[in-house]
Ligand binder design. Structure first.
Ligand code: ADP
Length: 364
C-alpha cells in the first residue's frame, strides 16, 4: 500500500483555504535512457519526499509533495495514491474539481491520464494500463449507482493550440470557439458541445473520439502532446432532494487537463517578456506560471490576477485561485540528462502547492 489520500484533500471543508495538492510521478527509465546507461538522479525517501542527487557530487536537494510515486508504481497505485478518487467524490457533492498533469514532453503526462497510446486502429488500452481518466470515470459511475437520485452527466472535450480553442467532440470542419465570461458561469467556452452519457462505454467513446481528433489534426502532427493543452470535463447535475428546496440542486465538475510540454518555460517571467515571446512559445503555459507567481505574492490583490492573459488561465481561473479544488500531477524523468528540465518542473510544482483556493459548491 502507498498510504492514504493527500491529507488536505481528505479533510477539506467548504470555504476553507485549501492548497493545490501536488503529487509527483517519476516514470521508469525508457529504452533510450537504459541503452545510454543513464543513472537515476531521483530517489524517494519516504512517501512524500524526493531527493535529487546530481551526478559528480553536486549538492543533494530535497522536495516535499503530497505524495511521491516512483517508476515502480503501477497505474492502479497511482490512481489510489493520487487522491483522484476524493476529487470524484467532491465533484459529486457539487464542487468544481480539476486534475492536471505538468512536466516536460515525454515525462508521462498522457500516460498518467489515459495510458499508453493504442497500438493500432481500433485497439484499446489493456485495462491494467488505463490512466487516471478511465479509472475516474469507472469510479464516478460506480458511486452514482449508490446515490439513489437520478444524476445527469455530460462531457465536453476541448483543445487549446496556438491560443485557439477547438471542440474535440464536434464533427465536420472545425472552427475556433470564443472564451466568454459572465457572472454566474465565470469563464466558459461559447458553443462548446456537451454530450450526455450514462455508461462507461459511452464516456469512453467520447474520450477516444476526441483523442483521435486530437491526433489527426493537420496542424498538430507530432506536436500533438507537446504544444497543445487538452481539457476533458464531466458536468455532474444532481437534482434537489426535495422539490420544495430547488436550491439544493448541485452542479459539480470534474476536469482533466493534459498540459503542453513545460520545456523552455521558466517558472517566472515578467509581464513584458510574456508579451514579447507570446508569438513563438506557449503563451498559455507562460501565463499559467505568471498567475501562480502572482497568487503567491502577498502584495498582490487576489482579484487582480491576470487570468485574461491566455485561454488556459481563463479556463483554469477557478481551479487556481477561485472556488475549485485542484490536484496537480507533476511528471518527471529520472535520468541525469533530463535533470535541468526536471528541476524546473520540481520548482514549478513546489510553488503551485503553495497556491490556495476556497472551495464552494457552484451554481449552474
Ligand atoms: P508526455 O505526455 O509527457 O509527453 P507520454 O505520456 O507520451 O509523455 O510518455 C512518453 C513515453 O513514455 C510514452 O511512450 C509512454 O507510453 C511512456 N511512459 C510514460 N510513463 C510511463 C510509465 N509510468 N510506465 C511505462 N511507460 C511510460
Amino acid at each position: 500500500s502507498i498510504g492514504n489520500l493527500p491529507q488536505t484533500l481528505g479533510e477539506r471543508t467548504k470555504g476553507m483555504e485549501t492548497p493545490i495538492q501536488v503529487v509527483l510521478r517519476i516514470r521508469p527509465m525508457n529504452q533510450a535512457e537504459l541503452r545510454r546507461g543513464e543513472q537515476s538522479v531521483l530517489h524517494c525517501s519516504g512517501p512524500r519526499t524526493l531527493r535529487v542527487s546530481p551526478l559528480g557530487g553536486g549538492r543533494e536537494v530535497a522536495f516535499h509533495f503530497s505524495m511521491v510515486l516512483d517508476g515502480a508504481r503501477t497505474q492502479d497505485e497511482v490512481f489510489q495514491g493520487s487522491g483522484v478518487q476524493r476529487l470524484v467524490e467532491l465533484a459529486l457533492q457539487g464542487f468544481s474539481c480539476t486534475a492536471f498533469t505538468f512536466g516536460q514532453t515525454g515525462s508521462g503526462k498522457t500516460y498518467t491520464l489515459t495510458g499508453p497510446p493504442p497500438q493500432g486502429e481500433g485497439e484499446t488500452v489493456p485495462s491494467s494500463l488505463t490512466g487516471l481518466m478511465q479509472r475516474s470515470f469507472a469510479c464516478l459511475l460506480d458511486k452514482i449507482q449508490h446515490v439513489g437520485t437520478p444524476i445527469t452527466l455530460s462531457a465536453s472535450y476541448l483543445e487549446i493550440y496556438n491560443e485557439q480553442v477547438r471542440d474535440l467532440l464536434s464533427r465536420g470542419p472545425h472552427h475556433y470557439l470564443p472564451v466568454r465570461w459572465n457572472k454566474t458561469r465565470g469563464f466558459y467556452v461559447e458553443k462548446l458541445k456537451a454530450v450526455k452519457f450514462g455508461t462507461f462505454e459511452e464516456v469512453m467513446k467520447l474520450l477516444l473520439e476526441g483523442l483521435r481528433r486530437r491526433r489527426s489534426s493537420a496542424h498538430n502532427l507530432n506536436e500533438v502532446s507537446s504544444r497543445s493543452h487538452a481539457l476533458f470535463t464531466i458536468h455532474i447535475q444532481c437534482p434537489a432532494v426535495s422539490p420544495s428546496r430547488p436550491k439544493e440542486q448541485t452542479f459539480g465538475k470534474l476536469c482533466f487537463v493534459d498540459l503542453a510540454g513545460s520545456e523552455k518555460v521558466a517558472a517566472t517571467r515578467s509581464r513584458g517578456e510574456l508579451m514579447l515571446e507570446a508569438s513563438n512559445i506557449n503563451r498559455s503555459l507562460l501565463a499559467l506560471g505568471h498567475c501562480i507567481s502572482l497568487l503567491l505574492d502577498p502584495r498582490q490583490k487576489k482579484n487582480h490576477i491576470p487570468y485574461r492573459d491566455s485561454k488556459l488561465t481563463r479556463l483554469l481561473a477557478d481551479s487556481l485561485g477561485g472556488s475549485g479544488i485542484t490536484l496537480m500531477v507533476a511528471c518527471v524523468s529520472p535520468s541525469a540528462q533530463s535533470l535541468p528540465e526536471t528541476l524546473n518542473t520540481l520548482r514549478y510544482a513546489s510553488r503551485a502547492q503553495r497556491v490556495t483556493t476556497r472551495p464552494m459548491p457552484k451554481g449552474p
